[in-house]
Design a protein around this ligand. Sequence first.
Ligand code: MN
Length: 229
Amino acid sequence: MSEYVFSPSTPPSLPVAGSDARFPIHRIYCIGRNYAEHVREMGREPDRGAPMFFLKPADTIVENGTTIPIPPGTENFHFEIELVAAIGKEGRNIPTESALDLVFGYGVGNDLTRRDLQLAMRDKGWPWEIGKSFEHCAACTAIHPVAEIGHPLENDIWLDQNGTRRQSGNTREMIFNLQEQISYLSELYVLRPGDLLFTGTPAGVGPIAAGDTLVGGVDGVDELTNTFR
Ligand code: MN
């Protein structure tokens, strides 16, 4: 076998709760505009026409408890607390009725966003990449297996910034529920073990400053704590 010209990067991964094993990350899919009040605060109307997805590179993952640097190029760096589904089986053309069978477990994530750049790209009709995909932009807790916690599809989701509640909602309020998201993605991609799916954020997103502590949770799953510098 040929040598690599330089050493390949360590595969990105997250801890698995209650285990020494780790969850190796393949892709990070994210749905946008998936809670009605958040869609309105972004200046749009809720739409059941088709779900809207974007991706983050796997190596943007950041673990629970870490300090995250404010990224360059933004004056409006935002938090978005989200339920994260971790895919454990390969799947294509999956009906909604069996979509949850693909889920290995769940975590709590923060879809960190350079909001000013995202909206500038949106308003030009350009891709969002520079607003949504950058180093350290996908924070997530350990993955909690379904066998331990079930499917948190009617659970409160919230985020506190320096002790003040900023976001609150319930995962049942998703415009496209998790089964619909998995089914839709599986018609366009081959879902693979190791895929993460950030399932959207409730209303209340806002700016992060250096020195902030964010604590966010999905009740029954976990709490995600990160500080910023
Ligand atoms: Mn999001």
